[in-house]
Design a protein around this ligand. Structure first.
Ligand code: FAD
Length: 382
């Protein structure tokens, strides 16, 4: 086994770290407080080639291997995981769905500008009444000549302020379950689609998240992704890359918690000594180090297996996502505790890490679902 990175990967990691410290770190607290998506920073990152990810070069991507892609997302997320989220989107669900199921024309029209950072996209799967149980969706589509007519509502959809198009899902007939679901790209401005953003959510604040409403929204048939009834497969095709992206972001954030804690524990003096000398503080640091190392191994192993072309890595993706996001919350909880009252202030980033870490356990499949899936793969039920 080879646990090392190549010389080129190490250089990219260093360059991304420098970029993140120079271009993101000075602004992140401010745009998080203002709940503003830092579009200018993401575009700059895209210009450096950090957005193209694993998308092939002919579709505007960087054509990277998964390990290098993971390094980029981890290092960016060590400073701001929301920027990490935006950079992972072309390689995650939005891009993968078009790459795998889109026609050549759809790839040129939608994937290319997305991978180059010219256009952002939303993925609208969750509904007010169904999140984990995707097949229970209520948004409907019916064919009408050269159009489909969509009606219904999606909830908790991100990138609403900047998206140029929305990849969404609707059912032809609820009684067909997941076999009735179709996938569509609805362009911003198409009549019948409106957005209702939320404010003041717990974490991921720079992401504009909210409801997408469809009222007799007419979508041309050429905007369907995949065949009729193939929408569930379209939604599931990117779970490995989507979960790899979330694991890398959570890992980067957990590492940021450790970076902050090490600096603070050496400096903060209580009872005449740096708090790093207290064994109960050391115990928390050990939990963080061991958790982060475990999460890093599982995340990069998933990326490495993908690069080797190993088919069906859903089990490994669930393990990496669950462990990395659980570790992120543990690391953020310890970080706030070690910072004491200062951990509760906006002066230090650990309070933001704590808010974001909880959300990581909910997105890309709630961690309870991954816990169940891992057992079911092991028991042979799947
Ligand atoms: C900040 C943020 C951004 C988001 N962005 C997007 C987006 O861009 N696009 C999008 O489509 N969605 C998005 N979501 C929605 C997210 O994907 C869903 O919240 C998630 O899938 C869970 O669905 P739910 O909230 O409906 O929870 P539910 O499915 O209602 O589950 C509620 C709880 O029930 C328990 N539970 C559920 N299933 C199981 C099970 N099988 N076994 C045991 N316990 C279980 C868990 O405790 C779970 O947390 C976002 C959410 C947040 C918070």
């Amino acid at each position: 086994m080879d646990f090392g990175f190549t010389e080129e990967q190490l250089q990219i990691k260093k360059a991304v770290r420098e970029f993140a410290l120079r271009e993101i770190a000075p602004y992140v607290a401010e745009y998080d407080r203002e709940e503003r998506f830092p579009v200018e920073i993401v575009r700059k990152a895209a210009a450096h080639g950090y957005m193209g990810g694993v998308v092939p070069v002919e579709y505007g991507g960087a054509g990277l291997d998964h390990v290098t892609y993971t390094l980029i997302i981890e290092e960016i997320s060590r400073v701001c995981q929301v920027v990490g989220c935006a950079l992972s989107f072309p390689s995650g669900l939005a891009g993968s769905a078009v790459l795998r199921y889109g026609t050549e024309e759809q790839k040129q029209k939608y994937l290319k500008p997305l991978a180059q950072g010219e256009v952002f996209a939303s993925v609208a799967l969750t509904e007010p009444g169904s999140g984990t149980d995707v097949a229970a969706m209520r948004t409907t589509c019916r064919r009408d000549g050269k159009y489909y007519v969509l009606n219904g509502a999606k909830a908790w959809i991100s990138f609403l302020d900047v998206c140029g198009w929305v990849l969404t899902f609707a059912t032809l007939d609820r009684s067909l379950g997941h076999k009735g679901i179709c996938a569509f790209i609805v362009e911003r401005g198409m009549p019948g689609m409106t957005f209702r953003p939320y404010k003041h959510k717990l974490g991921f604040r720079p992401l504009c998240t909210g409801e997408v409403l469809f009222e007799d929204c007419r979508v041309p048939i050429e905007n369907r992704i995949g065949e009729e009834g193939e929408g569930f497969r379209v939604a599931m095709c990117a779970v490995e890359n989507g979960r790899l992206g979330v694991a890398a972001r959570a890992l980067g954030m957990a590492q940021a918690c450790l970076d902050e804690v090490v600096a603070y524990a050496r400096e903060r003096v209580v009872f005449g000594q740096p708090i790093g000398k207290f064994q109960l503080v050391q115990s928390k640091i050990t939990d963080m180090v061991v958790g982060i190392e475990s999460a890093r191994y599982l995340t990069y192993r998933l990326a490495w297996l993908k690069d080797r072309g190993v088919p069906d890595l859903r089990r490994e993706a669930s393990i990496a996502k669950m462990v990395a996001t659980d570790v992120a919350l543990m690391a953020a909880t310890h970080a706030v505790q070690i910072f004491g009252a200062y951990g509760c202030s906006a002066e230090y980033p650990v309070s933001r890490y704590y808010r974001d870490a909880k959300v990581f356990q909910i997105v890309e499949g709630v961690n309870e679902l991954h816990r169940v899936l891992i057992a079911e793969y092991t028991l042979g039920y799947r």
